[in-house]
Design a protein around this ligand. Structure first.
Ligand SMILES: Nc1ncnc2c1ncn2[C@@H]1O[C@H](COP(=O)(O)OP(=O)(O)OP(=O)(O)O)[C@@H](O)[C@H]1O
Ligand SMILES: [Mg+2]
Length: 345
């Protein structure tokens, strides 16, 4: 996918529809929406009850006639109609009116690396339904690299790892484009799931999905490395009795439980490095890997990667918003001129 910066500069709004969060950047206004990709619907009437954070809070707490749905799954819009309704709700009436005033509204959207044509079409359709006359698609890897300030325009290799909720994408970039990349269908959600399953199987404890984060923090600062505390106390609900109970969880066992998803990610990194021309691999040895995406904040993930690859690993500043801010920088024309030439070419 080639990025045309001239066309991007004409866009008014940029959207990153993620499996976990939806982000919207409006030219001149900045990042205006950063909310969970969730909508609560009344199944009797079909009415939309809530979107974003409020809808997510309802998860697992609704009466049977209210369903919390997630229109984006695995990085792809799976329910176009619901995604449009959710976006309308998130953007709000005032901003929508402002955007409607544009005679030819142009929008930009991130798509995962190697998104199939159907997935790309779903992203475009979603925005066309919201009034966009033209939609530019940009690879998330490029947007995120620009957003975290990597010198993508130089003839030097940079390695980026986008750790999302549903997917992890790894790429080596040089001269503004992707040299080699991999998309691994494993992300923060798979790691959370592995932790929940571990507690269920080994401690007969049900952990509400909202409590996984405190557990990760309890495991930190070196949660994924062998240096953290050896046990930690976790509160949950007994699977059999349904009563509240707390257990001492062995952190080493939790580390083992999340090993399979992490191995898949490491395999992906290995493949990208193997496919990369040797000259570029030499650059990477000094510069290392830049981690972006919400799951880059997983305690200890950076240290684990350092140990496994022997390369320097850096977490971007505000990793979760790098992709949308990179897209925003392209809209505002704030991307360095050399990048502009290279990317447009
Ligand atoms: N502080 C944190 N510690 C651990 N995990 C975190 C933290 N903050 C966010 N996450 C995880 O990051 C993920 C969300 O990241 P992000 O917002 O990049 O996803 P997304 O863009 O919606 O997903 P995708 O790109 O896969 O479609 C979730 O799985 C969430 O659990
Ligand atoms: Mg994302």
């Amino acid at each position: 996918m080639t990025v045309n910066l001239d066309q991007l500069r004409r866009c008014h709004v940029a959207v990153d529809l993620g499996a976990a969060r939806t982000r919207v950047y409006v030219k001149g206004a900045g990042l205006v929406v950063d909310e969970p990709s969730a909508a609560a619907v009344n199944t009797r009437t079909g009415a939309l009850i809530a979107v974003g954070a409020f809808a997510e809070q309802m998860t697992g707490r609704t009466p049977s006639y209210i369903r919390v749905v997630r229109p984006v799954s695995g990085g792809t819009v799976v329910d176009i109609d619901m995604a449009q309704r959710m976006l309308r709700g998130l953007i709000g009436e005032k901003l929508r009116r402002n955007l409607r005033r544009k005679p030819r509204l142009r929008a930009a959207a991130c798509t995962p690396y190697e998104a199939d044509p159907l997935a790309q079409r779903a992203a475009v359709e979603t925005l066309v339904g919201l009034g966009a006359r033209r939609v530019e698609l940009v690879d998330t890897l490029i947007a995120a690299a620009v957003g975290c300030g990597l010198p993508v325009e130089l003839p030097e290799a940079t390695m980026i790892m986008v750790c999302g909720a549903a997917t992890t994408q790894v790429a080596v970039l040089s001269l503004g484009s992707i040299v080699t990349a991999e998309r691994i269908p494993v992300g923060g959600d798979a790691i959370d799931h592995a932790i929940v399953q571990h507690l269920r199987h080994h401690h007969e404890l049900m952990l509400p999905s909202q409590s996984v984060r405190p557990l990760q923090i309890a495991l930190s600062g070196n949660g994924l490395t062998p240096y953290g505390p050896s046990t930690t106390e976790i509160h949950g609900r007994d699977v059999a009795t349904g009563l509240a109970r707390s257990v001492q969880v062995d952190t080493a066992a939790v580390r083992d439980a999340i090993h399979p998803p992490l191995t898949a990610v490491l395999d992906g990194i290995g493949k990208v490095l193997r496919d990369c021309p040797p000259d570029l691999v030499a650059d990477l040895a000094d510069r290392g890997i830049m981690m972006v995406g919400g799951s880059a904040l997983l305690p200890g993930l950076d240290q684990m990667l350092r140990d496994a690859t022997g390369m320097p690993v850096t977490i971007a500043e505000r990793p979760e918003v790098c992709a949308i801010l990179g897209l925003g920088a392209m809209l505002e024309g704030r991307v360095r001129p050399l990048v502009l030439d290279q990317l447009a070419g």
